[in-house]
Design a protein around this ligand. Structure first.
Ligand SMILES: Cc1ncc(C[n+]2csc(CCOP(=O)(O)OP(=O)(O)O)c2C)c(N)n1
Ligand SMILES: [Mg+2]
Length: 554
């Protein structure tokens, strides 16, 4: 039966099990929108293409399948770029469809014409254009495969307006299997020997690919082998934050005691991540240790420095293979001290939770504002390690990182490239993809208004995110950098904010404004009880900065 290329694209996405596409419409891809009219796929209508792209990224990270965004040419594609860069640096599977000018109009600077390859060529795994209706389905399947295979990442698919309405007899294309490499027995033996011989071995878990729950198994194996496990920055949900082997997390805002453990290791096993800029404190620690790299990327593009053994495997594939290696036999001659020391360091790191004033506003001699230590400790208590946390960039998130535990896989979406504006759309997508789970966005006032408009998307599609906005009236992280480099000369960093709680109410959601620490708990409970999107507007003084990590470690 003949159908248009646009419809064939939709049927192929259905055959791939796609449940949702995040879209801002455009006249350039009307036939795909028409195909979606009768589709089992929900078209989530977004308010800005950056929001749509970030929602697709969040769904990809949380489900392990490529998220799908659809946008129009020039202006729409420009807005979507932030999500492509984030998916690229974060190595997260994403497919972005972009409507294009008709083929006959190309190279005339036609209305909204732009260069798809010129824009995305350096920031996507593949840029392809569907110029032949008969191949429309095959190229979509190819895009899905490339996004998910090897080092995952974004694929951009151009849709020329006129090609979409060409008829074709081609059938929808089925998913192409993606390789799931596992270590061979000789590789595992060599790996086991390294663990047995090391005095201070440590595992660093990171990247995507932990959503199936392999982190819990890894932690159990590591505990029996006497190997502490760190998490990479903003991959804290890779393993649950409990048990003797859990050793804390690295990167911005990490505790000195945790970083010291990483720096002292004599064998580092990176699983799903590499020795990156952020986790190694700007390539200054953990450089000399013997290194095993477990990754699906043979080119190891996210890793810097020494490699003694490279194992091609997904995190889940590697952990599964470890079940054949008896961990107790690998304890070698090392005593309990090394792992217990790491575990103690992480307990000390966590201990500040009980002494919240160390990390908050009130203790800093400031009258205005909520003690963030108290607030985020309370949030953690209420969420119980189970919720999906979506983080923006900025200092506000550093408090939340410190206080909120992750006990469940697929419970964190944060831009590992530091992009602002992810928190709200990611929490919206989390609440749509997993309606039975709680999705919480944590962001600063700057971050919030970058994509806060996507609350309208949540309202329209029945999403119920909770948003915690920390309002200090400034782009605080940048103020902090200015204080370090240009003390007393803040420049370009002050903002004027609306009343975010009434802003949220104007959308039909629940809004709370909290100015004092003692009011936070009840406001949070009311927001948690709301049946719809909710927001807690938390005010702090602009001078409050996250405490130095040394304080946290003490
Ligand atoms: C899209 C984007 N623009 C700019 C930056 C640079 N930047 C990093 S953090 C930050 C300030 C964040 O401010 P806010 O969200 O209010 O959080 P705060 O640091 O005040 O807690 C800025 C501007 C960025 N990371 N991403
Ligand atoms: Mg701020």
């Amino acid at each position: 039966m003949s159908q248009s290329a646009g419809h064939l694209i939709v049927r192929t996405l259905e055959a791939h099990g796609v449940e949702r596409v995040y879209a801002v419409p455009g006249e350039s891809y009307l036939d795909v929108l028409d195909g979606l009219h009768d589709s089992s796929i929900e078209t989530v209508v977004c308010r800005q293409e950056g929001g749509a792209g970030f929602m697709a990224l969040a769904e990809g990270r949380l489900t392990g399948r490529p998220g799908i965004a659809m946008v129009t040419r020039g202006p729409g594609a420009a807005n979507a770029m932030i999500a492509i860069h984030t998916a690229w640096q974060d190595a997260t599977a994403l497919v972005l469809f972009v409507g294009l000018v008709p083929v006959a109009d190309r190279e005339r600077e036609a209305f909204q014409e732009f260069s798809l390859t010129g824009w995305f060529g350096s920031t996507a795994k593949r840029v392809m254009t569907i110029d032949d209706a008969d191949r429309a389905g095959a190229l979509v399947a190819e895009a899905m495969r490339i996004a998910a295979s090897g080092r995952p990442g974004p694929v951009v698919v151009g849709l020329p307006e006129d090609v979409l309405v060409h008829l074709t007899d081609a059938e929808p294309s089925l998913p192409i299997p993606v390789a799931d490499p596992r270590p061979g027995s000789a590789e595992l033996e060599a790996f086991a020997q390294r663990i047995a011989e090391a005095e201070r071995p440590a595992i660093v878990a990171g990247g995507d690919g932990w959503h199936s729950g392999a982190g819990r198994e890894l932690l159990a194996w590591a505990e029996a082998a006497g190997v502490p496990v760190f998490c990479d920055w903003r991959a804290y949900d890779a393993v649950p934050h409990e048990g003797a082997a859990w050793a804390g997390w690295l990167g911005y805002g990490r505790a000195d005691a945790v970083a010291a453990g990483f720096a002292e290791a004599d064998l580092l096993v990176f699983v799903g991540c590499g020795r990156s800029d952020v986790l190694s404190d700007g390539y200054t620690i953990g450089l000399d240790a013997e290194t095993v790299l477990v990754s699906v990327d043979p080119e190891a593009t996210q890793h810097a420095g020494r490699i003694d053994q490279q194992i091609l495997a997904t995190p889940a594939g590697f952990v599964h293979a470890l079940s054949g290696v008896e961990p107790a036999e690998l304890r070698g001659s090392r005593g309990e001290g090394w792992m217990r020391g790491r575990s103690v360091a992480q307990v000390r790191f966590a201990a500040h939770r009980a002494d919240a004033s160390v990390a908050g506003a009130a203790g800093a001699g400031v009258d205005l504002g909520v003690d963030l230590g108290t607030a985020f400790a309370r949030l953690d208590e209420r969420l119980g390690g189970e919720a999906i946390l979506a983080f923006g960039a900025g200092n506000a998130t550093i408090w939340a990182h410190r206080f909120v535990r992750h006990l469940t896989p697929a419970s964190l979406v944060g831009a590992r490239n530091g992009a602002m504006g992810l928190a709200v759309p990611a929490a919206v997508a989390g609440s749509l993809a997993f309606p039975e789970r709680r999705s919480v966005a944590v962001c600063g006032d700057g971050d919030f208004l970058m994509n806060g408009q996507e609350i309208a998307t949540a309202i329209a599609h029945g999403g119920k995110p909770l948003v915690i906005v920390v309002d200090n009236g400034v782009y605080g992280t940048i103020v902090q950098h200015q204080e370090n480099h240009y003390p007393g000369r803040p420049s370009g960093t002050r903002m004027a904010n609306p009343d975010f709680a009434s802003w949220m109410r104007s959308f039909g959601g629940h809004g709370e404004r909290v100015e004092r620490t003692e009011d936070f708990a009840d406001a949070l409970d009311r927001a948690l009880a709301a049946d719809g999107p909710a927001l807690v507007h938390v005010l702090i003084d602009s001078s409050v900065m996250p405490p130095a990590s040394a304080e946290i470690a003490a």
